[in-house]
Design a protein around this ligand. Structure first.
Ligand code: 5RP
Length: 218
C-alpha cells in the first residue's frame, strides 16, 4: 500500500467524526485533499466548512462545499487536518504546506481536533521534520539568529510566500522533548507570526492510516 493510499484511508475515516448539519473546520495538504473529496460525498448533509488556506478553499468551492468566513462563526465541533509529525502526547509539527498560521487559528476555534495521518508521521520525538516558522519578511535574519540561539538551524524556504504574505523559516536539527515550552519560546521572538508546533492545541483524536486499516488514538 502506498503512503498516499494510507493518507486516503485516514482521511475517509474522519467522516465518522463529522456531525451532520454542522460546519466543519478543514486543514490543508495532501491528506486533507482526500478528506475534502470525502466531505464532498456528504455535502448535502453539512452546512459547509471553514478553511485554513486558499488552496483548500478553492478545492472545496470547486466541489460545491460552502466555505464560511471564520469571523462569522462563533464555534464549531470538529477541525480535521494532517500533520508532518505527531508524538505519543498528540503534539504535532505542522506547516509543511506553509498554512500553519491559519491552521492554528481555525484549530483554536474548534472544540475537537481530529488529526489524519499515515503511519510514517508517528514519531517518538518531534524534530526530524524541520519545524516551520512563519515570519514577517523584514524580520527574517533577526528571527533566524534568535532561532539559532534555541539550538536550531533555520533555512529560508525561498520559493514560498504564505497566504498571509509572510515567509517561512524551516528549523532543522531540533530534538524537541518539551514541545509546549519551545512553542511558547518561539512565539516570544519578535517578528514571528506563528510556529508549526501544535502542543498547546494538541490533537484530540488521531486517525492513523496503515496497511491493516485505520487506528484510532484518543
Ligand atoms: C500544511 C500542513 C499539513 O497538514 C502537513 O504538511 C501534512 O501534509 P500532508 O497531508 O500533505 O502530508 O500542516 O501546512
Amino acid at each position: 500500500m502506498t503512503q498516499d493510499e494510507m493518507k486516503k484511508r485516514a482521511a475517509w475515516a474522519a467522516l465518522e467524526f463529522v456531525p451532520r448539519h454542522s460546519i466543519v473546520g478543514v486543514g490543508t495538504g495532501s491528506t486533507v485533499n482526500h478528506f475534502i473529496d470525502a466531505l464532498a460525498s456528504i455535502k448535502e448533509q453539512i452546512k459547509g466548512a471553514v478553511s485554513s488556506s486558499i488552496a483548500s478553499t478553492e478545492k472545496m468551492q470547486a466541489l460545491g462545499i460552502a466555505v464560511f468566513d471564520l469571523n462569522d462563526i462563533d464555534s464549531f465541533s470538529v477541525y480535521v487536518d494532517g500533520a508532518d509529525e505527531i508524538n505519543p502526547a498528540r503534539h504535532m509539527i505542522k506547516g509543511g504546506g506553509a498554512a500553519l498560521t491559519r491552521e492554528k487559528i481555525v484549530a483554536a476555534v474548534a472544540e475537537q481536533f481530529v488529526c489524519i495521518v499515515d503511519a510514517s508521521k508517528e514519531v517518538a520525538v518531534l524534530g526530524k521534520f524541520p519545524l516551520p516558522v512563519e515570519v514577517i519578511p523584514m524580520a527574517r535574519n533577526y528571527v533566524a539568529r534568535e532561532l539559532q540561539k534555541l539550538g536550531g538551524r533555520p533555512v529560508w524556504r525561498e520559493a514560498v510566500v504564505t497566504d498571509n504574505g509572510n515567509i517561512i523559516l524551516d528549523v532543522h536539527d531540533l530534538h524537541i522533548t518539551d514541545a509546549l515550552t519551545l512553542e511558547q519560546q518561539i512565539n516570544q521572538i519578535t517578528g514571528v507570526v506563528c510556529n508549526g508546533l501544535f502542543a498547546a492545541r494538541a490533537a484530540d483524536v488521531v486517525l492513523v492510516g496503515g496497511p491493516d486499516g485505520t487506528r484510532v488514538i484518543k
